[in-house]
Design a protein around this ligand. Structure first.
Ligand code: UT7
Length: 334
């Protein structure tokens, strides 16, 4: 396929975007007082200097609703226009009701159907792909897709290998018809349950129900084999980025902005290098937010738009990777 035969954009894309993070911040200096770590180690190995942290009363749905209201305003619609709410999260308020249902209540959008997507850090892109299909089928005119997390609630604050990485926040988009020549061009979803043990939260579900013993053994905290995950993350995100470009007539040379899951600056850099996207085309804010899991891509999009970096008509690729393992990519004309 050559440039004359490029796959057209679907006309379905992102009408509005917004993010919301809690006011509380945790700097590397704060972490030095909690675990045996240093600002230097965290910056060098992850690129993170601070992250946001919710207070005891705030839950994922609160952040999700905050981001949703901003995205809805940005799209120029009202909550009662939304037909479906999808929340990607690994830190739901509770098992059920879904966080999406709690957001529906908070937004006062009784007409909307609502469900969560469980794909860890890839939850937002999985949700975006589902939303495109619902709009394309004519079932819904406007679908709200939110990535929202409070990872600081499920990390072990005595484990320096995980607690320095994560932050809280939410990002949201309204998906609908954006007009010819714009919107999603292609998307790709992948997973490998065989590597699920690299990143999980073992207890609290039906395999290992909550008990005094599980709590005593810290089995309700995130468990991660960071080093192994690092290598898989780079390979999986690079390959997912290429998959979404396949058969579209576009190559990585055509990309104007690459937004990957913000797990670690070294992972972002290595992924971009592997697919030959130069640093100036890579948007990153992991330094100030840490790894916000499913929220990281929509937060980055909202921030890039607010700063005037992300402009209408740009060719954008979004790529994620997370527990499951899961990975995903979406190519779109903004
Ligand atoms: O959202 C998707 C899921 N998460 C990820 O994608 C994370 C992927 N992994 C990573 O980002 C990196 O593997 C980490 C940042 C977690 C770790 O970096 P690394 O370069 O892979 O370090 P490592 O695990 O190989 O550990 C190197 C050393 C170890 O000490 P020894 O055994 O060499 O003496 C660790 O104990 O660094 C030590 N270490 C720390 N030292 C100070 C680990 N965490 C810390 C810390 N502060 N916070």
């Amino acid at each position: 396929m050559n440039a004359q035969h490029r796959k057209p954009a679907s006309g379905i894309g992102i009408l509005g975007v917004g993010y919301f993070v809690p006011e509380g911040e945790l700097t590397n200096a704060d972490l030095e007082k909690i675990v045996d770590t240093t600002d230097e180690w965290i910056r060098e190995r992850t690129g993170i200097s601070k992250r946001h942290k919710t207070d005891a009363e705030t839950a994922t749905s609160d952040l999700a609703a905050g981001a949703a209201l901003k995205a809805i305003e940005d799209a120029g619609i009202t909550p009662t226009d939304i037909g479906l709410i999808i929340v990607g999260t690994a830190t739901p308020d509770m098992f059920f009701p879904s966080t999406a249902c709690l957001v529906q209540k908070a937004l006062e959008a009784p007409q909307a159907a609502a469900f969560d997507v469980s794909a860890a850090c890839s939850g937002f892109l999985y949700g975006l792909s589902i939303a495109e299909n619902f709009v394309n089928s004519g079932k819904h005119e406007y679908v709200l897709v939110i990535g929202a997390e409070t990872l600081t609630k499920i990390v072990d604050w005595s484990d320096k290998t995980t607690c320095v990485l994560f932050g809280d926040g939410a990002g949201a988009v309204v998906v609908g018809r954006v007009g010819d020549g714009r919107g999603i061009i292609s998307s790709y979803l992948g997973s490998d349950g065989g590597m699920g043990d690299l990143l999980n939260l073992p207890a609290g579900g039906s395999r290992m129900p909550a008990s005094e013993e599980t709590v005593r053994n810290g089995m309700h905290y995130v468990k991660m084999q960071g080093n192994k995950l690092f290598k898989v993350a780079v390979k999986a995100m690079a390959s997912a980025a290429v998959k979404a470009l396949e058969d579209t007539g576009y190559t990585t040379d055509d990309l104007e902005i690459l937004v990957t899951h913000q797990a670690n600056q070294r992972i972002i850099d290595a992924t971009a290098r592997r697919i030959a996207v130069p640093p100036e085309k890579v948007y990153s804010n992991v330094e100030f937010f840490g790894n916000t899991s499913a929220a990281s891509i929509p937060i980055a999009l909202a921030e890039a738009k607010k700063k005037g970096i992300l402009k209408e008509g740009m060719l954008v690729e979004l790529v994620s990777f997370g527990g499951g393992l899961t990975w995903a990519s979406v190519l779109l004309r903004w």
